[in-house]
Design a protein around this ligand. Structure first.
Ligand code: CAA
Length: 379
């Protein structure tokens, strides 16, 4: 087993770190307060290859492996987890699906601009009554000549306000249950496509989230992804990869919290010495360090499994379950180390906690990850 990164992987990590510190960090606090989407940043990330990292260069992507993706996600989310999720959804939930199941025509028309960052993607699975219970899809798609007519409502759609193209799961045959779900590529300019209001969120505020309504929305039949009835499988397999992205996002938050706590504990004095000399603080720093290292190993294990073996649902769920848990723990401990200063906006750690919480919820709650893991354990 080799714990060394390749030169390419290190170069990507350094490039992501540079970009995050120089281009993302300066506006992160203001964008969080104003809940402002990082339009220019996302555009530049596209130009640098961060929006289609694992897509083949044949389709405008950067052609990198999942390890590179994890390293870049960690660095970017360390500085701004809101930018991390925008990147994660476009890479893992949208580009991946179109590259794996799309026709050459779909790849030319949709994947190429998504992978190069000229267009932004979103993934529509959740509904008002289908969150964890994702098989309970109510959005329907009825065939009408060369079109499908979509009706229904999707919830909590990351990139929902700004995206150009949406992967939408809808029921084409209700009698077949989840085997009657089909995935469609839907353009945001389609007739009957309605964006809801942007949600006012606790964290990752600079990413946008909204509901999407389909009101007799006409989608050409050539926009079926994969085949009719394959939609639930596509969604589940896509989410396996998405969970690696969110795990790496959570790792970034855990790591940022840890580094902030170390730095502050060396600067802040109490009882005539820096608080890092106190065992009460040292124990916290030690636990936080182990949290970060363990989460990183689980993320990299999942990434390697995806790159080398194809089946990685359990490893992805383990990485997400653990990394999201320690993101919350480390953010809480970072606040505790900062004392009162950790509770106000002057320091960044209060944002880390607000941003961390969602990683235990989206792309499958922690409880869903346990179901996925337990099923694999018992298989
Ligand atoms: N990988 C591959 N296939 C999977 C899978 C996985 N992780 N989980 C389930 N499946 C397959 C099953 O094998 C089964 O297919 P077959 O019959 O062909 O074997 C099919 O899916 C149905 O599964 P179950 O019979 O097990 O159905 P269930 O209802 O008991 O459980 C579930 C399904 C695992 C709970 C699933 O509904 C689930 O993962 N729910 C969570 C959904 C989720 O993660 N939502 C996130 C929304 S997207 C989001 O957050 C995006 C964003 O914008 C950030």
């Amino acid at each position: 087993m080799n714990f060394e990164f390749t030169e390419d992987q290190l170069a990507i990590r350094d490039a992501a770190k540079d970009f995050a510190e120089n281009e993302i960090a300066p506006s992160a606090v203001a964008r969080d307060i104003k809940a402002e989407f990082p339009e220019e940043i996302v555009k530049k990330m596209g130009e640098l290859g961060f929006m289609g990292m694992m897509v083949s260069p044949d389709w405008g992507g950067a052609g990198m492996d999942t390890v590179c993706y994890v390293l870049a996600m960690e660095e970017i989310s360390k500085v701004d987890a809101a930018v991390g999720v925008i990147m994660s959804v476009n890479n893992s939930l949208v580009c991946y699906g179109i590259e794996k199941w799309g026709t050459d025509e779909q790849k030319e028309k949709y994947l190429r601009p998504l992978a190069s960052g000229q267009k932004l993607g979103a993934f529509c699975l959740s509904e008002p009554e289908a969150g964890s219970d994702a098989t309970n899809q109510k959005t329907i798609a009825e065939k009408d000549g060369d079109f499908y007519i979509l009706n229904g409502m999707k919830n909590w759609i990351t990139n929902g306000v700004k995206a150009d193209y949406y992967l939408v799961q809808a029921m084409t045959d209700k009698a077949k249950g989840y085997k009657g779900v089909t995935t469609f590529i839907v353009e945001g300019t389609s007739e009957g496509f309605e964006r809801g209001l942007k949600e006012d969120k606790l964290g990752i505020r600079s990413s946008d989230t909204c509901s999407i309504g389909f009101n007799n929305c006409r989608v050409p039949k050539e926009n079926v992804l994969g085949e009719v009835g394959l939609g639930f499988k596509i969604a589940m397999e896509t989410l396996n990869g998405g969970r690696i992205g969110i795990a790496a996002q959570a790792l970034g938050i855990a790591s940022a919290s840890f580094e902030a706590a170390v730095k502050y504990s060396k600067e802040r004095k109490a009882f005539d010495e820096p608080i890092c000399n106190l065992q009460a603080i040292q124990f916290k720093l030690a636990d936080m360090a182990v949290n970060v290292e363990t989460a990183r190993l689980l993320c990299l294990q999942a990434a390697l499994k995806k790159d080398n073996h194809g089946k990685f649902a359990r490893e992805a769920a383990q990485a997400k379950l653990y990394a999201s848990r320690v993101a919350v723990q480390n953010a809480l401990e970072a606040i505790q180390v900062h004392g009162g200063y950790g509770y106000v906006r002057e320091y960044l750690v209060e944002r880390y906690l607000r941003d961390a919480k969602i990683t235990e919820i989206y792309e499958g709650t922690s409880e869903i990850q346990k179901i996925v893991i337990a099923r694999e354990v018992l298989r």
